[in-house]
Design a protein around this ligand. Structure first.
Ligand SMILES: Cc1cc2nc3c(=O)[nH]c(=O)nc-3n(C[C@H](O)[C@H](O)[C@H](O)COP(=O)(O)O)c2cc1C
Length: 358
């Protein structure tokens, strides 16, 4: 079975759903000596399978695949206790608030479907039939039966955690490593219950605490932009470090050009954590949409994500960064429009200049 310690350079290209993660980015991470992750979220099983096959070929089968655990799945730790009519009413209320946005972008808002599982069962079935070296989960824990079956086919399981309680649950569930996501991370927080406020403990403090709690390898994620960041996280107990925002502007990243440009434009000077786009807490560049709607959305994922999808798609078509979810971590100023293999290799050299060149 693959282990994190097999990596020549313990750096991972983070799974980034919605376009940024591509087979080319995975291949670049593998060529640098690290590991690239594909993001299966928001994709059909067919799209996921096609991307895996291309990435397998380009990376000599050195890849991981990341899945969202749906809250609607019985037995997942992501299951939200909040539900029923009250939740539906709060989603409908936010839908009314978003009517002005729908008019601005000339789109119709859909009727949300809380039962949508993003093809989770079919994706797991594919990964059991055609195993990949590593599968990671976010937004909750996979059911024990899924853990057992993925282990049976030789897959390494990484479970995302954002605090010590989630880490204990992930260890008990049978994780082979933990992806420890700190508060500076770009994109969605992996917090198991969507309606909980994500932890604010610094990533180094969280790693130090978790290193006392488990011997499993810890993959640190969130806010990494420099070699000094990598060294600090390794010193705090990380076995590997995961890079998201730093890779968003690379040519291999499939992020929208509007998103890439916004990161570099200087027009956006900070990031915020908001539920406005999806109902789950996520960090992005503070743009008009966040300024106008932060605090209005209920903690209802996937419904809010479904509601804003046509708005985000229309903003993307119009090249309007102020209506897009410009996901980014606090280190966004470090993201560079240079080949991903170079960005990863240079980050490692910057962290450990004394080591022989790889
Ligand atoms: C655009 C974007 C999309 C993301 N999508 C996912 C995802 O699909 N699954 C996941 O586990 N994490 C996702 N994340 C979080 C990353 O895996 C990682 O934890 C985060 O990028 C680390 O913080 P950084 O961006 O500051 O490096 C996403 C992050 C970004 C920026």
């Amino acid at each position: 079975m693959f282990t994190i310690n097999d990596l020549r350079i313990p750096l991972l290209a983070a799974p980034m759903a919605g376009g940024p993660s591509t087979a080319a980015l995975v291949a670049a991470a593998a060529q640098a000596g690290g590991l690239g992750m594909l993001a299966a979220g928001y994709k059909t099983v067919t799209a996921m399978a096609n991307e895996i096959e291309v990435a397998r070929e380009l990376s000599c089968n050195r890849l991981g695949v990341n899945l969202f655990v749906p809250a609607a799945m019985p037995g997942s730790a992501g299951s939200s206790p909040a539900g029923g009519a009250d939740r539906a009413a709060r989603v409908a209320e936010y839908g009314h608030v978003l009517e002005a946005e729908a008019q601005r972008y000339a789109v119709t808002l859909p009727t949300p479907d809380p039962a949508d599982t993003d093809g989770y069962t079919e994706k797991i079935a594919y990964l059991l039939r055609y195993p990949v070296p590593l599968v990671s989960f976010t937004f909750g824990l996979p059911q024990p039966e899924i853990v057992e079956r993925l282990h049976d086919v030789g897959t390494h399981l990484t479970l995302t955690v954002t605090d010590a309680a989630e880490a204990r649950a992930a260890v008990a569930r049978g994780a082979d490593s933990l992806c420890v996501q700190g508060p500076d991370a770009g994109g969605h927080r992996g917090t198991h219950a969507a309606d909980r406020s994500p932890g604010r403990q610094s990533l180094t403090a969280l790693l130090t605490e978790l290193a006392q709690l488990t011997v499993l390898p810890l993959i640190a994620a969130g806010g990494v932009g420099s070699g000094a960041d990598v060294r600090k996280l390794v010193a705090a107990g990380a076995s590997a470090v995961q890079l998201g925002t730093l890779l968003l502007r690379t040519p291999e990243s499939g992020a929208q050009q509007t998103h890439k440009d916004a990161l570099a434009s200087g027009e956006y000077t900070g990031t915020s954590v908001t539920r406005a786009f999806s109902g789950r807490a996520a960090r992005g560049l503070t743009n008009r949409f966040i300024r106008e709607h932060d605090g209005q959305a209920p903690a209802a994922y996937p419904e809010v994500n479904q509601l804003t999808r046509p708005l985000r798609a229309a903003a993307a078509r119009a090249g309007d960064p102020d209506g897009l979810a410009l996901w980014a971590g606090t280190g966004f100023r470090h993201s560079r429009a240079e080949p991903a293999q170079r960005v990863i290799t240079e980050l490692w050299r910057d962290a450990y200049p004394q080591q022989p060149a790889t």
